[in-house]
Design a protein around this ligand. Sequence first.
Ligand code: KG4
Ligand code: ZN
Length: 421
Amino acid sequence: MREVWSHKCSGSSHQIECSVFKVQAATRSAGIFVIKNKYAVYRIGRGNTQQVELPPALVPCYHTCFILSRCARVGGVKVLGIETSCDETAAAVVENGTRLISNVVNSQIDIHARYGGVVPEVAARSHIEVVNAVIDEAVVQAGGWSAIDAIAVTYAPGLIGSLLVGTLAARTLAITKNKPLYPVHHIESHIYANWLSDEEDAPRSFPILALVVSGGHTQLILLHDHGDFETIGTTRDDAVGEVFDKVAKIIGLPYPGGPSISQAALKGDQNRYKLPKAKLDTPYDFSFSGLKTAVLRAVQAEVGKRFTFPSAGLPELLNGAQRADFAASFEKTAVDTLVDKLLKAQEAYQPKTVVVAGGVSANRYLRQQVKERLPILAHFPAPEFCTDNGAMVASAGYFHAQRLEPTNPYDLEVTPSLKIR
Ligand code: KG4
Ligand code: ZN
């Protein structure tokens, strides 16, 4: 990892670029300097030529100057994050894992809305068409390639064709621009969307309990530290975002279902239709397919049709008020289920911090319920970082770079169904 430090010596000041190494043991023996106590060591001893990548700007002055440890850092580590796991082509540059420098997202929603859901082949082809322009724009806005220290890319899980486009772009750029490459798990990056904040109350203390709610995942994860994850609950069938999308289709609301259900629910009665919450013998797991079927049966009953009546014929039989009441009743049941489990896990594990992440974390009613029911403050990403984006990948990549070696860009493979550890 390259970093820029400012350094003053004998009246002249230098901006130096140093290679940063991990330190196994903090050592202060002659000529070995530990910078910022933990992760960089430079062997610059008097007369000792066995240096470790001595920065060129230091060569003329290192005999008289051992003040490297007092150097002030002037430039952060800038990571380019690339995300193409589903239907957003996204790239962003983030400094030190928290400060957004640039953020470009090309959404394919308009393309897939015609089909009522993501069509994998169409998604992959659309990524190919725009990926270069999206990355270029993010890099140019950040000051060009010389400003980029590393590249992070989503390699798992997701749609195979979509993942391939982003990872191939990232591998090629890592080789041609000579940048270290860090592969990032998609769920992990959603969690790191909560780091994209300069605010003082941003989550920093472990253990962290994360509720990840997206179109592909519903999970409760305990983060003991960066990179040390324990999944304590997961969905046994459909992800909650997927069910928002399917229920929207049944009641005749446009794709993606999450935002359109949330919007329609504002005018609806949450208690009009009684819908079931799944009862499971494992306290932190989820199941949403029964809820989806319950909505389908309730709609069929409401419009006076038998359970064999096809779901495709239902939307036009509902009026606006019924549609809004279904949206509100469904949203309440799905969200209350999420918050019940989050609360139970928070009570049992007593984490220092709670975060919510993934596309469904944009949901207004979920935010309100978590705030009302949880005894500690829960963090949510800013709305633009809830759904897929490159910034969250860059943030996760930065924290990888603090503790892991970069991957070989010639070898990186995608893993469409990889579980988080
Ligand atoms: O995280 P994401 O962009 O992609 C995946 O990793 O799956 O999440 C997309 C999902 C979709 O299912 C969408 O309907 C849902 O997030 N979503 C919402 C809202 N905004 C997006 N669900 C509920 N309420 C919302 N406001
Ligand atoms: Zn996602």
